[in-house]
Ligand binder design. Structure first.
Ligand SMILES: [Zn+2]
Length: 74
């Protein structure tokens, strides 16, 4: 969040892997023939969120099972 293009200071969309150089979509296309070699910041965010969601979903499932088991005992 809040990453700025190092050329024009617009909101950055791309980063160079392994560096803290950030570029907006326009400057990335101007400076790199192949933007697919750059890391997309929104893709990186999505990957992180996906992992978080999967972890919390599994936790909920476990809790559900435990609850129904104790219902049967009573
Ligand atoms: Zn820019």
């Amino acid at each position: 969040m809040g990453k700025k293009c190092m050329i024009c200071n617009a909101e950055a969309v791309y980063a160079i892997k392994g560096t803290s150089d950030f570029y907006c979509e326009h400057c990335a296309e101007e400076n790199f023939d192949d933007v697919s070699s750059l890391l997309r910041l929104d893709e990186a965010e999505k990957e992180k969120k996906k992992m978080d969601d999967e972890t919390s979903y599994q936790d909920e499932e476990d809790t559900d099972e435990e609850e129904s088991n104790s219902d049967e005992e009573e």
